[in-house]
Design a protein around this ligand. Structure first.
Ligand code: NI
Length: 174
C-alpha cells in the first residue's frame, strides 16, 4: 500500500464531478487500499478519490472509534437511495480543509447502494456518524465540500484562510 498526496482546498480538482467506475478490478482495489492507507495515516474517517486527484466515484470510510477493531468500507459508485426526514447536526472536518471545522445539518439516516471491492452490488443502512461521513464523501464526488453547506460568509472566511496557508506553504518550499 502507498500513501497518496491529499489535495487541499481551494483547488479546481475538488470541484469536479467524478466519473462512474465501470468495474472494480485489481487496479481499483489497489486505489481503494492506497486511499485507506492515506486516510489512516492522516487520522481521517473518510476519503474520496477526487481528494487524491482521481476523478472517479470511489470513496473509503472507517468510523470505528479508537480501541475498536478497524472497520474499513470500500465503495464504488455510491448512490443514496433514501434520506430520513429527521436531520442531524454534526461538527465536520475534511482532510482537504485541514484545521477547519463547522457544524453541518444533514439527514440523520440514509440508505446507500454501492459496488464493493469485489465488484458486488451492496446496500447499507447508515445512521449517526456513518451516515454523516458517507454523505460528506459522496458530496466530494459531485465537487461539493462541507463548506458549501455553510453560509457564503463562513465559507469565504474558511477558504481565504486555506488559500493563505497554501501560499505560505509554497513560500516555505521555495
Ligand atoms: Ni472531506
Amino acid at each position: 500500500m502507498a500513501r497518496l498526496e491529499i489535495i487541499t482546498a481551494p483547488d479546481p480538482r475538488l470541484k469536479i464531478k467524478a466519473k462512474p467506475v465501470a468495474k472494480v478490478d485489481a487496479g481499483l482495489r489497489r486505489l481503494m487500499d492506497d486511499m485507506l492507507d492515506t486516510m489512516y495515516g492522516s487520522i481521517g474517517i473518510g476519503l474520496a478519490a477526487p481528494q487524491v486527484g482521481v476523478a472517479q466515484r470511489v470513496i473509503v470510510v472507517d468510523v470505528a472509534r479508537e480501541g475498536e477493531n478497524p472497520n474499513p468500507i470500500r465503495l464504488a459508485n455510491p448512490e443514496i437511495l433514501w434520506r430520513s426526514d429527521e436531520m442531524m447536526v454534526a461538527n465536520e472536518g475534511c482532510l482537504s480543509l485541514p484545521e477547519h471545522y463547522a457544524e453541518v445539518d444533514r439527514p440523520a439516516a440514509i440508505r446507500l447502494r454501492y459496488v464493493d471491492h469485489e465488484n458486488e452490488i451492496r446496500e447499507i443502512d447508515a445512521a449517526g456518524l456513518l451516515a454523516t461521513c458517507l454523505q460528506h464523501e459522496v458530496d466530494h464526488l459531485d465537487g461539493v465540500l462541507f463548506v458549501d453547506h455553510l453560509s457564503a460568509l463562513k465559507r469565504g472566511m474558511i477558504l481565504r484562510k486555506l488559500q493563505k496557508a497554501k501560499r505560505s506553504r509554497v513560500l516555505e518550499k521555495a
